[in-house]
Every structure is written in structure tokens, then in C-alpha cells.
Write a protein that binds this ligand. Structure first.
Ligand SMILES: [Zn+2]
Length: 257
């Protein structure tokens, strides 16, 4: 069984993902910010559209819902905990639920913090995680509706997935995330090397997404509150992981670089 994944860059820095289960031909789109590029891509490929999978209610994730449903008849799937804010939602999902795209099955996680009801979709056989604005390459989402403790618990859930898991996040924020990351964990050689690789990719206009969860665990400061180097930089050697995570997030919020 195979899951084809097509990355569609839209707006300034959003990524929309088109998924197709090759055995059945069932197709879904994750977080369609806008409808037109999605319609153009499925038309170009001769695909239909069966489902929209939303991770959270922000307009740059659900903006294409109703036009796509009107054009294709697709069903809209989204987070139960913010269902009233998901346009056209037909099926509500939460922690431990699963979703089947033909033979490709996703497990759903509640990952509150960026928004209160944010969910993520993990296609385990395809080793693909669609995590919206929760985990980014070298970053994490801003805490608009949740506490640091909630977000750290959410990120910890995702960090427990296998190293080979590909992290399909919803924005190309990696280069600015990297500029911040090297200021808080300057002694991490893997991070410094990744920063150079990211600069080269972006200089070529190429995507840095997906990364792998193994890379994120090794280099993303928001998954590394246990790092002695990060703790020393923040002056939080004896603090608990939530306090280190909270301070890292706070510094990123005011980082200008
Ligand atoms: Zn968002």
C-alpha cells in the first residue's frame, strides 16, 4: 500500500498537502488555505477529491473548505474540540480516533497549544505526520490558545513517534527558525550543520519540508528542553522541562533575526 503525497506551496509560506492512496485512488487534501491551487493540481493529475483533513480552525488552514466541497463533493473532517469553527465539518475526530483513506490509515492525536482543539494525523505505514501548526521544522507553533505545559505535552506525544516519520508541517518557517535555534543551542553540532543545509536549500528556492522526526529530536530546541547546552544558554540548569520549553518559546516570540 502506498500513499502519494504532493506538496502545494500557497500564500506566503503555507504548505497544503494532497494525499492519494494508490490502491484505491482515494484522495484527501490537508489544510487547504485556498481552493484554486488545489483544484488546479487535482485537475492536472486527473484526480478526484474525497476528503478535506483540517488540523485546526485558522483561516489559512480552512479557507478553501467550502469552495472545494462545492466543486468536488468532498467530505470535511476536522477536530472535534473546535468543530464549531471548521467550515462545513461533517466528521469530528479526536485523540485515538482513526481515519482511513482507502487502505491508508491515520491515527489522530489531540495536540492543543497553538489552538485549543488542534489535532494531528499520523499515517504510520506511510511514515507521514501531518501536524499543522504544532511542530515545525526547527520550531513549534505560537501559543495562541494554550499553555506551555499543554504544548509541551502535545510535542512530547509527537516526539515519541519513530525517527523515520516525515514531518509535514504547514509552513516554510525553517530558515528563520534555524537562525533562532543556533542562538539558544550554539553547542549542537548537528544543528549547526542543519542550519548550513537549510540556507543552501532556501538559496536555491527549495522546500525544507518534510524533515524527519529523528532530525527534529536531534536539532529542534522545542523538542530539547533536556539539553544541557540549551539550559545553560537560558540560565535554567535546574528547571523542569516545561519551564525550559516555556522560556524557549518566549524568547522565540521576541526574536528578531
Ligand atoms: Zn495556525
Amino acid at each position: 500500500m502506498t500513499l502519494d503525497i504532493v506538496q502545494i506551496p500557497v500564500l506566503n509560506d503555507n504548505y497544503v498537502y494532497l494525499l492519494r492512496d494508490t490502491a484505491s485512488g482515494a484522495t484527501a487534501v490537508v489544510d487547504p488555505a485556498v481552493p484554486e491551487p488545489v483544484l488546479a493540481e487535482i485537475e492536472r493529475r486527473g484526480w478526484g477529491l474525497n476528503f478535506i483533513l483540517n488540523t485546526h480552525h485558522h483561516p489559512d488552514h480552512v479557507g478553501g473548505n467550502l469552495v472545494l466541497r462545492e466543486a468536488t463533493g468532498c467530505a470535511i473532517i476536522g477536530p472535534r474540540a473546535e468543530a464549531q469553527r471548521i467550515p462545513g465539518i461533517a466528521t469530528q475526530l479526536g485523540d485515538g480516533d482513526s481515519f482511513s483513506l482507502g487502505d491508508s490509515k491515520a491515527l489522530v492525536f489531540d495536540v492543543p497549544g497553538h489552538t485549543a482543539g488542534h489535532i494531528a494525523y499520523w499515517f504510520s505505514a506511510a511514515e507521514a505526520l501531518f501536524c499543522g501548526d504544532t511542530l515545525f521544522a526547527l520550531g513549534c507553533g505560537r501559543l495562541f490558545e494554550g499553555s506551555p505545559a499543554q504544548m509541551w505535552a502535545s510535542l512530547s506525544k509527537l516526539a515519541a513517534l519513530p525517527d523515520a516519520t516525515r514531518v509535514y508541517c504547514a509552513h516554510e518557517y525553517t530558515e528563520s527558525n534555524a537562525r533562532f535555534a543556533v542562538t539558544v543551542e550554539p553547542g549542537n553540532a548537528a544543528l549547526l550543520a542543519r542550519h548550513e543545509a537549510i540556507k543552501a536549500l532556501r538559496a536555491d528556492g527549495r522546500s525544507t519540508v518534510p524533515s524527519t522526526l529523528g532530525e527534529e529530536r536531534a536539532t529542534n530546541p522545542f523538542l530539547r528542553p533536556m539539553s544541557p547546552n540549551l539550559r545553560a544558554t537560558l540560565g535554567l540548569e535546574g528547571a523542569d522541562d516545561v519551564a525550559v520549553f516555556a522560556e524557549t518559546r518566549k524568547r522565540k516570540d521576541s526574536f528578531r533575526g
